[in-house]
Each structure stands twice: as structure tokens, then as C-alpha cells.
Design a protein around this ligand. Structure first.
Ligand code: MN
Ligand code: MN
Length: 317
């Protein structure tokens, strides 16, 4: 018998039954004893357009029911070597965004004190800023791989400095990021000014627009990113709207011309070998996801993040 937690198998309980946790893993209240944990942030009060991401964590967990423990493509066997559980949701204050980011930062400071690697089920993208503040306190400034249709570097939205279009501007101001190791992948669409995407470039960030990614494998890009990041601790933040709406329509701020699901897999799998200290999958909005496919893709990418963590063993074919 393995000493590690295992997802409840489909031969022990029908896929449509059992606990509604991520991958039907055991639930526990804290991150104590966990090498990695899944944690939800049911929040949409930072969104600027369509809401609904407050229901994201619950729907991602539901759609994770089909995920089996072994990664057939990479050979990764995360449940053979990591202790993983679902530690539930962060109790945000849904009436107060500014209080919510304080709650999130405190919650992640606590869970990081256990030495765990958090993989977060969002929730709108505002949440990455307080996570990065907690990560900085634990690990120092980090490299960042940010996959998104949008740069999320607005100074403010509707006069507010805390919003889902501002997290990486705030994280930069707080000294959370290593500027020459920040990579924004998948940016596209219309802007408020011709140089909307240059704010990060001016700080030394690498911006890889969606058009650069069209019609090609992203494996070489990820190899280049791995070489540039080296051993620096790195955080992966994945906004589901980076994907083309043909694949992932269930989100709040949709842009056409995005990444494919196989490119998303190349990006996350391409993080294997990096010193990942955390990751998130944000902006799944179940009210706009009647098939559940957007949440299913989100759940799968979170599993792939788990497979890419340091120390995960791989079975050779
Ligand atoms: Mn975003
Ligand atoms: Mn976005």
C-alpha cells in the first residue's frame, strides 16, 4: 500500500459519486504534512465584465472527477512520491475585495509555513497578487510564467487599484518579481493604447503575444524560458482566457485568436525541471460553461501542474 494519498478510483466508486474534492482526493483542513495541496478561492468580485468565477473552484473540482493518477504522456506519477490533499477554500469576504486580498495573503502565509506547494483553483485573477506577496515572504522575489490573453498590468480599473486587471502591476510594485525572469504568454486583442503590452517590456519582462504562438509548437519557447529562469523559484499563473474561446468559452473576458489546448499542455509540461513554488488556474466562470469543458480543461491543467512539480518521478516507457 502506498503511504501517499490517492485519488479515489473509478473502479472503487463511480466517477459521478464520491467526495467532491479535487480529483476525489482526501480533504484536510490545513496544509500540514503536504508536499502539495489544492486550494480554492471562490471569488469574482474583482472581475470587470462577466462574473461567475466564484463558482470556479467547485466546478473545477466536479470536472476533475475523470482524472486518473498517472500521466500517460509524460510518465509523471505524482501520487507515488508526493503527499497531496484538497485543503478546501479560502473564506474570502465576498462583500469587500480589499479585505479579501488581505485574507488571501494571510491564508497563504499560513499554508506556505508548512512547506507545501499550493495549486490554486480560481477565482478571478485578482487573487494572484496576494498569493505572490505571501510567496515573496517565503521564497523572496520569484520568476513568473503568466499565461493570459491580457497583461493584467493596469494601474487601475474604474479608479480601483485592486482588480483582476491589475495584479501584476501591484506585484511588481511590491517587489515580488524578478523582472528579467517574467514571461507573459498569449497576450492579444484590443487595447486602450498602442503600447499597452509595453509596460512589462519596459520593466525587462518578456511578452510573447498569441500571434507569435500561432501554428507552432511551444516546446522550444519553454526550453528557452527554462534556460533563462534556471534555478530561481518560479510561480506559474494560468488564466483560462489565454485559450481560444473555441476551447474555453466559459470565462469572463473572452478574446479570439488564442492558444490551443495542446499548446496549453506544452506550456505546463514545459515547466517540469523548474523550481516551481506554486501555481494557479484562474477565471473559469461556470455560468458561461454549460458543457463543463472549460472547467474540465482547468482541472486537467491543474493536474498537469502537479505533474510538473519538483521531485515528481516519471515512469519510462
Ligand atoms: Mn488574467
Ligand atoms: Mn485574461
Amino acid at each position: 500500500m502506498s503511504t501517499y494519498n490517492q485519488p479515489l478510483g473509478g473502479n472503487d466508486m463511480p466517477r459521478f459519486g464520491g467526495p467532491a474534492t479535487m480529483m476525489r482526493l482526501p480533504a484536510q483542513d490545513t496544509a500540514e504534512g503536504l508536499d502539495a495541496c489544492f486550494v480554492g478561492i471562490p471569488m469574482d468580485i474583482g472581475t470587470s465584465n462577466r462574473s461567475g468565477t466564484r463558482l470556479g473552484p467547485r466546478q473545477i473540482r466536479d470536472e476533475s472527477r475523470m482524472l486518473r493518477p498517472y500521466n500517460m504522456a509524460t510518465g509523471a506519477a505524482p501520487f507515488d512520491c508526493l503527499q497531496v490533499a484538497d485543503i478546501g477554500d479560502v473564506p474570502i469576504n465576498t462583500f469587500d475585495l480589499k479585505k479579501s486580498v488581505q485574507i488571501i495573503e494571510q491564508h497563504y502565509t499560513d499554508l506556505l509555513s508548512h512547506g507545501t506547494i499550493p495549486l490554486t483553483l480560481g477565482g478571478d485573477h485578482t487573487l494572484t497578487w496576494p498569493i505572490l506577496r505571501a510567496v515573496k515572504d517565503r521564497h523572496g522575489p520569484v520568476a513568473l510564467i503568466h499565461v493570459d490573453a491580457h497583461s493584467d498590468t493596469n494601474d487601475h480599473m474604474f479608479g480601483e487599484t485592486v482588480a483582476h486587471g491589475c495584479p501584476f502591476r501591484r506585484a511588481h510594485e511590491d517587489g515580488c518579481l524578478v523582472n528579467d525572469k517574467v514571461f507573459q504568454i498569449g497576450l492579444r486583442g484590443t487595447g486602450y493604447s498602442p503600447d499597452d503590452f509595453n509596460w512589462g517590456r519596459d520593466k525587462g519582462w518578456s511578452v510573447i503575444p498569441a500571434e507569435y504562438c500561432w501554428h507552432k509548437s511551444l516546446a522550444p519557447l519553454m526550453q528557452d524560458i527554462r534556460e533563462k529562469i534556471g534555478n530561481t523559484p518560479v510561480y506559474l499563473t494560468f488564466d483560462i482566457d489565454s485559450l481560444d474561446p473555441a476551447f474555453a468559452p466559459g470565462t469572463g473576458t473572452v478574446e479570439m485568436g488564442g492558444l490551443s489546448t495542446w499548446q496549453a499542455l506544452e506550456i505546463v509540461r514545459g515547466c517540469a525541471g523548474l523550481n516551481l513554488v506554486g501555481g494557479d488556474l484562474v477565471e473559469v466562470s461556470p455560468p458561461y460553461d454549460p458543457s463543463g469543458n472549460t472547467a474540465m480543461i482547468g482541472a486537467t491543467l491543474l493536474y498537469e501542474m502537479l505533474c510538473a512539480l519538483p521531485g515528481v518521478t516519471r515512469n519510462e516507457r
